[in-house]
Design a protein. Structure first.
Length: 453
């Protein structure tokens, strides 16, 4: 564990700019990416088990969507704000470790649920645990890297989204099929568990090892150790600051929120689309979607972060929109056509290509958020930002698609049309938002570069 020890800071010795070595900083980024990957595996695995959960708990698509979106997002977003307040005042290391342990235990507890409401409650617990990770990680990474090099590490951190989603789909589908062949199993101290319940236990409990590893690897930054609780602004002061720059923060939250509507909605329902329309098994759907998300999602995120950093280093202040608008347009094309074209190979190609564009722009958006925010406010601002992006993405995405299937198209096999409807609307709105805010965002970033927060 020698790599986990605290390495001496390098560069400027001033307390406000002191940093750890580049090697240690990148090691922390990669470890935090692993944690985000774990969180998205626990969050996403549900999407492959629509059929057995609906059958065993007697649910409609809309009721099931509450488990995928609403149950997770309610306390994920609400508790995120006080957790962001703590992230500016308390140990980020302990907050992250505690969150990892909580979401792992609550994922495993989904396997004990025998009713809709017990599963709903467990999903709420998963959301509370996962709410700790992002605000702490954003602030931590932003103190490990200077502004002109922030997009790449934050894009690498957000690789946990496609990697976690991809692994959940690939491994989850295979595990589900294998366990289903065995049927119900006797679990020690639990009793008989259905296959989908066993999957939750298998996926959740290993996260406790990552919680322990967090305590061994993550250290507070020198900047954070020099801060005291008295120096931190109140939540009221943070809201006042965000209100003074409402156009900038609204642009960041709403644009990513629109990406998240389709990102989370597609993740929740594309496996069902492949099974209902193309006749895939759960494992086939998982391998197809997981493989495309892993390969194209990682490529899309890395390319976006690299390109944005190059723009910033060349003095461009419009990196957010220059990268975001093409990604949103790519999503408009693939989302509007992928699940409705009648040619199977073209449909599957467009569905796979969505992996390159869906939520892979998040790292650039988050890097911009951190740059326009004073360091002492980053935890609270990040949690407020996540409140809105997740209420929009998780709160609307999965349920909007399910409700369209149940109440507009009135048949399960029309889920592809529901996906296309929601995806087209959300991503067109994202393009409009980015275009409207382009100049104001560039002006704000120029002011911050001159030291004017």
């Amino acid at each position: 564990m020698t790599v986990a020890t605290e390495l001496p800071p390098v560069g400027d010795t001033d307390a406000s700019t002191r940093r750890y070595s580049t090697a240690y900083s990148w090691f922390v980024v990669l470890f935090l990416m692993v944690l985000l990957t774990s969180s998205f595996i626990d969050r996403t695995i549900l999407s492959l088990m629509v059929k057995p959960i609906r059958h065993d708990l007697n649910l409609t698509d809309t009721e099931y969507s509450y488990l995928a979106g609403l149950a997770f997002v309610v306390l994920y977003t609400i508790t995120g704000i006080p957790l962001g307040w703590l992230a500016d005042r308390w140990s980020r290391r302990l907050l992250i470790a505690g969150g990892v342990a909580l979401w792992s235990v609550m994922t495993a507890s989904c396997g004990l649920a025998g009713s809709f409401w017990r599963l709903f409650a467990s999903r709420i617990g998963v959301g509370v645990g996962e709410a700790t990770l992002s605000p702490c990680s954003y602030a931590l990474i932003s103190e490990l890297f200077p502004p002109e090099r922030r997009a790449r590490p934050l894009s690498v951190f957000t690789l946990g989204i496609p990697i976690g989603s991809g692994l959940a789909l690939m491994i989850g589908g295979t595990v589900i099929d294998a366990i289903t062949r065995f049927g119900p199993v006797d679990v020690p101290f639990v009793g008989e568990a259905r296959p989908w319940q066993t999957v939750f236990m298998i996926v959740g409990l290993p996260g406790l090892i990552l919680a322990l590893a967090t305590l061994l690897i993550v250290r507070e930054t020198p900047q954070r150790l020099l801060k005291t609780a008295e120096e931190q602004p109140s939540f009221g002061a943070v809201l006042t600051y965000m209100g003074r720059h409402l156009g900038v923060y609204a642009n960041l939250a709403l644009s990513l929120g629109c990406f998240a509507i389709y990102g989370y909605g597609g993740t929740a329902w594309l496996p069902s689309y492949l099974q209902r329309v193309h006749g895939f098994t759960a494992s086939e759907a998982g391998l197809f979607l997981g493989g495309s998300v892993l390969v194209l999602g990682v490529s899309g995120s890395v390319a976006c972060g690299w390109f944005a950093d190059r723009l910033v280093q060349r003095g461009r202040r419009d990196a957010l929109s220059v990268t975001g608008i093409p990604y949103a347009i790519g999503m408009v094309v693939t989302a509007s056509l992928g699940t409705v074209v009648s040619v199977p190979w073209l449909s599957l190609t467009l569905v796979a290509l969505q992996g390159f564009f869906s939520l892979t722009w998040a790292g650039v958006n988050i890097a911009t958020l951190q740059t326009v925010t004073p360091p002492r406010m980053r935890g609270q601002v990040s949690s407020t930002y996540l409140f809105f992006t997740n209420m929009i993405g998780l709160g609307i995405g999965p349920t909007a698609i399910a409700a369209s299937t149940d109440h507009i198209f009135h048949r399960d096999n029309a889920v592809g049309w529901s996906i296309a409807l929601v995806g087209t609307i959300s991503m067109v709105v994202a393009v409009v938002i980015l275009l409207i805010g382009k100049n104001a965002m560039a002006r704000r970033l120029a002011a911050v570069a001159q030291g004017s927060y």
